[in-house]
Design a protein around this ligand. Structure first.
Ligand SMILES: Nc1nc2c(ncn2[C@@H]2O[C@H](COP(=O)(O)OP(=O)(O)O)[C@@H](O)[C@H]2O)c(=O)[nH]1
Ligand SMILES: [Mg+2]
Length: 304
């Protein structure tokens, strides 16, 4: 399956919601663009979790272009799409690699957002590019977390560095980075325990984990990736803001885009955060990761 159809497949629920609503708004003929119409359009956009600001901006654009005229559905959809694409513009943002390997990637986020699974997906991607990957299991809170990452590492063919349960996550991160230097790895990815942005001490711990890496490899970590769970919709954005303040994230991976009707949250993230969305997660297997492309995303959103 091509990337476009995979993204489209994952967005099925959001796409259904949008396309059903927009057909309802238009029925079979064109409509006069008045405040009633614009109100219906606003409600439709809001339902996808793209956020009030974004929805308002789009409705304003439709008002500006079409007010007082009778418009057809396709013209409206085209205008919404071009506005959305503009709002979501971001630099083409694959993983920023270090000038000299290893490239160190730290992964953080709240509990259950999809950190460990996303690390497996990234590992799979790098290994398919013939890169050597070392993983650091710095989620030392739960033995099950280390086990989960170990299973992935063995399955995918990556080396893994672990510590004792309950040990200092910064020391595990340190060990993993040291090991990746020692074995000449291209990539080192550090898993961390889930934490809430409100847990001050745990956020400080994250800063410590981050700092320790820079002592071994210049400018490490080269990427600090925040994993957001798309199904949490707008809540994810306040999380993102706090994590960014604390550990200066360099990008977002939006997990679980499949199975949510809140796919519009991607738009809100792009609009409200000054961070690129690097990849989206489209399922639970190691292959279910797609590079995020705003144009492709918006096309998929309105393509039935
Ligand atoms: N459908 C779907 N499930 C996912 C995705 N990413 C992770 N999950 C599931 O979400 C749950 C939590 O993932 P996990 O990686 O353990 O989260 P962590 O606590 O942040 O490390 C697991 O059941 C994963 O299989 C995704 O992109 N799509
Ligand atoms: Mg985990």
């Amino acid at each position: 399956m091509g990337l476009f159809s995979r993204i489209k497949g994952a967005l099925t629920k959001t796409v259904k919601l949008l396309n059903t609503d927009i057909r309802d708004i238009f029925k079979s003929s064109g409509r006069l663009v008045d405040e009633e119409f614009l109100g219906e359009l606003f409600t439709m956009l809001i339902k996808t979790d793209m956020g009030v600001d974004t929805a308002k901006e789009i409705v304003d654009e439709v008002r500006k272009q079409f007010r007082g005229r009778v418009v057809q559905m396709q013209d409206t959809v085209d205008l919404i799409k071009s506005k959305l694409k503009l709002l979501m513009t971001q630099p083409a943002a694959p993983i920023i690699c270090a000038e000299n390997p290893p490239t160190i990637i730290m992964v953080c986020g709240v509990n259950g957002s999809g950190k460990t699974t996303t690390i497996a997906k990234l590992t799979q991607m790098f290994i398919s590019e013939n890169k050597k990957v070392v993983l650091g299991a710095a989620d030392t809170f739960r033995a099950a977390a280390v086990e989960q990452l170990t299973i992935w590492a063995n399955r995918l063919g990556a080396e893994i560095v672990t510590g004792k349960s309950g040990s200092d996550p910064a020391s595990v991160a340190h060990k993993a980075v040291a090991r990746s230097v020692e074995v000449g790895a291209d990539i080192c990815i550090i898993d961390t325990a889930g934490r809430l942005q409100t847990q001050k001490n745990l956020m400080m711990e994250l800063e410590k984990i981050k700092k320790v890496m820079g002592k071994l490899v210049p400018n490490a970590p080269h990427e600090v990736i925040l994993i957001l769970d798309a199904t949490t919709g707008q809540n994810g954005i306040s999380q993102a803001k706090h994590f960014t303040e604390s550990v200066k994230c360099t990008g977002i991976i939006l997990a679980k885009l499949d199975g949510t009707a809140k796919g519009g949250v991607t738009v809100a993230i792009r609009k409200q955060m000054n961070l690129p969305v690097k990849f989206v997660g489209l399922g639970e297997s190691a292959n279910d990761l797609a590079v995020f492309d705003p144009n492709e995303f918006v096309d998929a959103l309105f393509d039935e």
